[in-house]
Each structure stands twice: as C-alpha cells, then as structure tokens.
Ligand binder design. Structure first.
Ligand code: F0G
Length: 459
C-alpha cells in the first residue's frame, strides 16, 4: 500500500510555468519590498502563497461555466447553488457574496453592536477586521496548545477552550456576545481542525446563554476529513454526513468558496434566522448585488455548486490532506521546525525556531518567505507579526506567539514532484539559515498591512 494517496484525477490542460534566474529573483524581491504579495505572478515558479481562488477546476466545473445564466435576477445557477448548499450544509437561507469577506461584512454588520464581544477560535485577518469595524471586540478562546507549534500530539488543535468562553460570558454578560465564531479549520493555527465533540459542547454552552454559533465554514470539508480520520464514531460516516452534522449545531456560517468550493471566486452567507436573513438581503444589494447573484456571475455560482459536490468526495479530500502531510513529513524528517501536526491546507514553518538569530521585531517570517522565493522561485506567505497588525485601541503591535511562514497547497494544482522541489529548497535554506537578515519597514499601511506593506533588509 502506498503511504500517500496518488492523484485521483488526470491532467487535461496544462499551464506552462516560467523559471527566472536567481539574479532575476533577487531583483524582483527587492522591487517587491520583500513582500511576496507584491511579486508578479509571472515571477513565481511554484505559487504557495495561498489556496484561495488558486484551485484547478474540473472539466465538469468548466462545462458548468458554459451554462451560466447571466440574467440580472433569478439566475438558474443561483437556485442550483442554493439547493446544493442547503443539501450539504443544512442551513435554511443562503445569500451569495463575491467572496468570504463579503459574507463577513454582512454578518458583522447585521449582528454586531458597538461594544460587543466576539469570541473566536483564533482570529482571521478579514474576519476580525469586519468584527472590529462594526464596533466589536475579538476575543481569542482557542485552546492554549493551538499557540504551541510543537504539540503534534493534539489532533484537534482548533478546539474552543470552553473555560475561556465561559469566562468571557461571566465577565461581559451574554447580551454583549451576539455570536461565537467557530472556524473549521483554523487557518492561522496551521489549518487545525475542531472536533465534533467540541462543536457540540460549544453549541450547548452558547445556546444556553442565548448566544448564536456562526461558523467560518471556509475549509469545512478539510475539517470533516480530520473528524473522519481521528474522531471515534465517525470512521464510517461519509464526508457529507459529517459536514451536515457539524453545521447542525450552528445558526449560520460565512463561506469563502475560493477554498472548499474549489473555485476561483465566490462565497456565501448561510443563516437559519429569518429576520437576520431579511436584513442580510437588504444589505447585500448595497455591497454585492441582487440576493440572487451577490457580486457573482451566474457561471461562478454554477462552478461553486459543482465544486462543492466534488469537494465532499472522499478520495478528493483524502488526496488533498495527504499532499499537505507529505510535504510536512519531508520537512520534519530533515529537522525543519514546522507546526505540528500538519493541518488541512498548508505546511507552516515556525520562523522563530527557524531563524533563532532574529527577534520578532525583525520580521523573521517575512524575511524567511523572501529568502525561499530568492532560493527557488517558490512563493509563500508571512503569517506572523506583520499579519497580526496593531491593536485597534492602543496602536501597539500585536506580538502573536506563532510567527509562521505558510506553504499553502492549492487544490488539484501541483504534483508530489513539485512538493519535492519545494522541500529541497526549504531544507537548503534551513542549512544556511544564518545568512538571512532581518527586515525593517519602508512603508506600513494602516489596515491589513501584510497585503501591501514594504520592507528593506537591515544591515
Ligand atoms: N476565513 C478564513 C479562515 C480564510 O482563510 C479566509 C481567506 C477568509 C475567511 C476570507 O475569505 O478571501 O474569500 O474573502 N483566506 C485567504 C488565505 C485569503 O490566503 O488564507 P475571502
């Protein structure tokens, strides 16, 4: 038996890649201010910046584009998407949005009042932004171990710490907590899943206090795979059954279709409460478009509906998680410090341990991502102090415990051989780590600074 599952697809169309010389890459990263977000895609060989919208669609999804019904209102593709989401997620109402943050904007606007508190199992950048932008205060209630990259023994590192959640309820009162945001999986913890047992307990505690449970469903299929693999009683459940049960404990969700719908664009908001749904429909026309397209073309909604069906296929999701694990194991075997266990969408390098000669204020993850690019043309992403931004009240930098570089695997795009190449480059840098210098800002944007911020090397 092969240890890792081979590709459950064959390749019908290919996209040739350019490979620049090392000198060209050195020039490119300087021009980009040591920020991999500011590289041109043509300057990149293997792009592990994100798994968001970078997926390879299937022949069936591409065929779906041709039956896009581009009517301004009531597109048939909307009804297909709505029915598919209701069938798989089980929520009553579906509002399409252009991508996940469009849904986050709607949810935060309709639910959050000035001075509210929004507990969550670790923050995500855009999610927290919308919560704070609506007057809310994000409170991290993930288990402590999620902040420890070495705890590979914990299978459900995305779990909510019920004591922390209870403490917040006691301190601020349930009336100040409109909902708890439960991300399945937790991106910034390393793509770590939440167990069904934990979700049930969170749901019980929240609902006993009149607090809603809103999922960040972005990578819910990956979470369902981990439940099937590691949680007793779910071995024989289908991925679809697990996804449906998981959401049955909540009141709604935001979804970035660019991940587990295996598309290049799209998202949606799901709700069970009719009144909230009416409010979301009123707002969606302001920010996105008619409630039957939400900023998407009919063909995009068709691709999402078809992609979601494909995503819950067991072999598809097993291969995806195995690819991530394969890369993680290669690096771990070479002694490279990574977040353990490997999660659903990416391998995360622990930049503090990788570059012990740099302080967090010298942006080790940002510097490491730049160094990987120069070495091999592989584009990765900083997920550390730069992404964490500044406190909205004090203006001081957040110093997250996890200072990470994310090697994110797009769905169905790269082969195991591509991952071998990536591993070789990272291991090469690991062996030559002391040549990597710290960075300093040359331009720091006020909001979501990691996207467009610029740096130079410190002497
Ligand atoms: N929630 C999570 C957990 C995400 O990872 C993302 C996006 C969003 C919400 C927002 O969705 O991009 O469709 O607006 N994550 C991307 C990433 C950007 O690279 O991790 P969006």
């Amino acid at each position: 038996m092969l240890k890792f599952m081979p590709e459950p697809f064959k390749i019908k169309a290919v996209e040739p890649l350019k490979i620049l010389s090392k000198e060209e890459r050195e020039k490119a990263i300087k021009r980009a201010g040591y920020n991999t977000f500011l590289l041109k895609s043509d300057e990149v060989y293997i792009d592990l910046l994100t798994d968001s919208g970078t997926n390879a669609m299937s022949d069936n999804q591409w065929a779906g584009l041709m039956i896009g019904d581009e009517a301004y209102a009531g597109s048939r593709n909307f009804y297909h998407l709505e029915n598919t989401v209701k069938d798989i997620f089980g929520f009553k109402y579906v509002v399409p949005t252009h991508q996940g943050r469009g849904a986050e904007n709607l949810l935060s606007t309709i639910c959050i009042k000035e001075g509210d508190y929004i507990p969550g199992n670790m923050y995500f950048t855009t999610t927290r932004y919308h919560q704070e932008n609506n007057g809310g205060n994000f409170v991290d209630v993930i288990i402590d171990e999620a902040h420890d990259s070495t705890r590979g023994d914990i299978k459900f590192k995305g779990n909510v710490d019920l004591a922390k959640f209870q403490k917040l309820i006691n301190e601020v009162g349930p009336d100040k907590i409109p909902y708890i945001c439960v991300a399945v999986t937790v991106n910034l913890a390393g793509g770590q899943p939440v167990s069904m047992e934990n979700i049930k307990e969170v749901s019980k505690l929240a609902h006993e206090n009149g607090i809603k449970v809103m999922f960040d469903a972005t990578r819910c299929v990956e979470n369902a795979y981990f439940i099937k693999e590691n949680e007793r009683g779910y071995e024989d459940h289908s991925i679809k059954e697990i996804v449906k049960e998981l959401f049955s404990y909540g009141d709604g969700c935001t979804m970035s279709g660019k991940k587990d719908c295996i598309t290049n664009i799209g998202g949606f908001l799901c709700l069970n409460d009719e009144e909230l749904f009416e409010k979301a429909k009123e707002l969606v026309v302001v920010y996105e478009g008619m409630p039957s397209y939400g900023g998407l073309a009919g063909r995009d909604m068709e691709a999402m509906a078809r992609g979601l069906e494909e995503a819950i296929d067991y072999h598809y999701i097993k291969h995806r998680v195995h690819q991530v694990r394969y890369l993680g194991e290669k690096l771990e075997n070479a002694g490279v410090p990574i977040v353990k266990p490997t999660g659903g969408h990416a391998v995360f390098l622990d930049a503090k341990a990788f570059l012990p000669h740099l302080s967090q204020g010298e942006f080790p993850a940002q510097a490491l991502a730049a160094a990987i690019y120069v070495d091999s043309g592989v584009r990765t992403m900083e997920r550390g102090i730069v992404s964490a931004g500044r406190d909205k009240h004090t203006g001081k930098n957040h110093y997250p415990k996890l200072e990470l570089v994310r090697l994110t695997i797009p769905r169905r795009v790269y082969t195991y051989t591509h991952l071998d190449y990536v591993a070789e480059s990272v291991i090469h840098i690991w062996k030559n780590k002391y040549s990597i210098k710290g960075l300093q800002w040359t331009y720091e944007p006020k909001m979501l600074r990691f996207f467009t911020g610029r740096f130079e090397e410190k002497e």
